[in-house]
Design a protein around this ligand. Structure first.
Ligand SMILES: Cc1cc2nc3c(=O)[nH]c(=O)nc-3n(C[C@H](O)[C@H](O)[C@H](O)COP(=O)(O)O)c2cc1C
Length: 340
């Protein structure tokens, strides 16, 4: 049983993050709107806020006449059994975005070890400095590769050189929406969108399960499936790359209708509670990624706090499953959501 007090963890994170994150009671993108570098969403912050709002507007059908009392929150993705369908999202840029409350290495280790200890796994990311992915690679080493690695869509050979740094990751992928960052477009060798033919070529050469992060439309989800992707993350990058997109929960049902069964569907953006996890599953995701609340846990208390946060989510998820009559996480469907 974890002895971590998440209230204290949040207080400590608030101290360390200072003006970079106010650790609001509900992390909804309002206080930090437009704060980039930082924790905020791009521009008006509407895409971040839409993520949170889309989930909070969904309501459950409460059901009690059934036999579900010990729901199974576990799932399996990319051949890995997870105790709950929640992964820590890839996050890098401790100095640039957060004023360096911890180092890249400390962050990546806290997240991957914490997720592993909670029976799940975490993701590592990539960014302007090669050191970011290298820190992630060291953390992957500490958990025998139990994690996913997302690499920026670097041009040419650079992408494959980055892939070589994470040989043991369970699966690899690219946050193709990373082209939204001006710093990455301003390089001598800029990142650019990948046409479908390029995606197909990269997937064939990667020779490992490949995940495309940053899919927000059914047609692009279909293109990913046709290109041979093993998975997608329905995501607007936490609202950080383009202002005025819908919330990811709003686009997820149509994407699931288009590609469910042909690849693994992950989703992120605004997931804050076990109830939010269940909503994403009901809309068609197989597992979710969580960004900012994991940052708060990792900065405020390291791997133990990340594990404690995931344990809390698992308990909340189990309660929500009992009260909606869902026996297994992979059985959650749209019928548990109230349609009025
Ligand atoms: C400070 C910060 C840094 C991030 N760094 C990365 C990154 O390096 N690679 C990536 O794919 N996504 C990155 N993301 C986006 C997250 O992976 C994820 O898509 C997003 O945070 C999910 O939304 P949420 O924070 O509302 O849960 C970052 C997000 C934040 C807040």
């Amino acid at each position: 049983m974890s002895q971590v007090d998440l209230k204290q963890v949040r207080a400590r994170a608030k101290e360390l993050l200072g003006s970079y994150c106010r650790v609001c009671p509900v992390c909804d993108g309002r206080a930090c709107a437009g704060q980039l570098p930082g924790m905020g969403g791009a521009g008006s912050g509407s895409s971040f806020m839409n993520n949170v709002r889309a989930l909070s507007e969904l309501k459950f059908n409460l059901r009690v006449l059934h036999g579900v009392s010990e729901p199974d929150t576990s799932t399996e993705i990319f051949g890995q059994k997870l105790s709950l369908p929640v992964l820590a999202a890839p996050v890098t840029g401790m100095k640039h975005h957060l004023g360096e409350p911890v180092s890249e290495d400390e962050y990546a280790q806290a997240v991957l070890l914490g997720c592993r200890d909670a029976g799940s796994m975490g993701c590592v990311g990539d960014g302007t400095q090669p050191e970011f992915l290298e820190a992630g690679a060291r953390a992957l080493g500490a958990v025998e590769g139990r994690g996913l690695a997302f690499i920026k869509p670097w041009p040419g050979q650079e992408f494959f050189d980055a892939l070589d740094k994470v040989p043991n990751a369970v699966a690899v992928g690219s946050d193709l929406d990373g082209v939204g960052f001006a710093l990455l477009r301003a390089r001598e060798n800029p990142v650019k969108p990948w046409p479908p033919s390029k995606l197909k070529e990269v997937i064939a050469r990667a020779g490992r399960p490949f995940i495309v992060k940053g899919v927000m439309t059914p047609d692009e989800a279909e293109l990913c499936a046709q290109a041979g992707a093993a998975g997608i993350v329905v995501s607007n990058h936490g609202g950080r790359v383009l202002d005025m997109t819908p919330g990811s929960a709003q686009v997820l049902p149509a994407i699931a209708r288009a590609v469910k069964g042909s690849l693994t569907i992950l989703a992120d953006g605004g997931v804050r509670s076990g109830g939010d996890v269940l909503k994403m599953l009901a809309l068609g995701a197989e597992a979710v990624l969580i960004g900012r609340p994991v940052i708060v846990a990792a900065v405020g208390g390291g791997s133990e706090s990340v594990a404690a946060y995931l344990d809390t989510l698992q308990k909340e998820l189990a309660t929500a499953m009992i009260l909606t009559g869902v026996a297994r996480a992979d059985e959650a469907g749209p019928e548990i959501l109230w349609r009025g």
